[in-house]
Ligand binder design. Sequence first.
Ligand SMILES: Nc1nc2c(ncn2[C@@H]2O[C@H](COP(=O)(O)OP(=O)(O)OP(=O)(O)O)[C@@H](O)[C@H]2O)c(=O)[nH]1
Ligand SMILES: [Mg+2]
Length: 204
Amino acid sequence: MKITQIAGFLGCGKTTLLLKLSRMLLGDSERKVALVVNEIGEIPVDGKIMEESGMQVKDIGGGCICCEVASSFAKTLTQLYKSYKPDHILVEPTGVAVPHQVKLAASMAGRDAKISMGPAIVLFDATRPAELLDMDMLGTLVTTQIKDADIIAISKVDAVDAAAVNDSAERIRKYNSKADIVNLSSFDDLGIDELAQRIIDWKE
Ligand SMILES: Nc1nc2c(ncn2[C@@H]2O[C@H](COP(=O)(O)OP(=O)(O)OP(=O)(O)O)[C@@H](O)[C@H]2O)c(=O)[nH]1
Ligand SMILES: [Mg+2]
């Protein structure tokens, strides 16, 4: 059971990607996919529709899965393992979650379930790099998310020009020299197949 998080600040496009990515992972294969969402987002995940397409969906409320409700997050993962045994779990933390803490919380499920960790995918919204990085409080959170990322997806590239995408990439590189940077547009289906393949191939 491989656990992959789709992190990134509020409104950067996590849910939109999650929905596309989960369908891509499901494909026409025998793969079993589950979603765990921890948010009250702009675009809700309609659990019923997703379950009709063969996925399990769990919604965790009452706080952030990287801190206040870390233990109920771990319990949810264990329950999913016992009841459904998904091949992949995609997790959408809240926009203010810190990816390495989400990983730690997920690893607590490892006592009772056979889990492996997928990549921490962090979205960076190409439409507002300055807003995300130049404000003191927000900047610290966003740079922490970037530092924790295994893969950084510059999101909404359909809405900006190539120079703006490069600008975001250059800014990101200052904080994380190792992570792969992928251009993503969930609207134009750009980068989604690449991310799905990276998740499938990912080894800890
Ligand atoms: N142009 C463009 N807009 C996008 C794309 N993906 C998402 N959006 C828009 O960005 C807004 C936020 O998208 P969500 O998927 O809800 O983002 P989120 O990160 O889940 O948001 P929260 O859960 O509230 O943190 C919505 O208005 C989406 O329609 C994209 O690829 N291109
Ligand atoms: Mg969301």
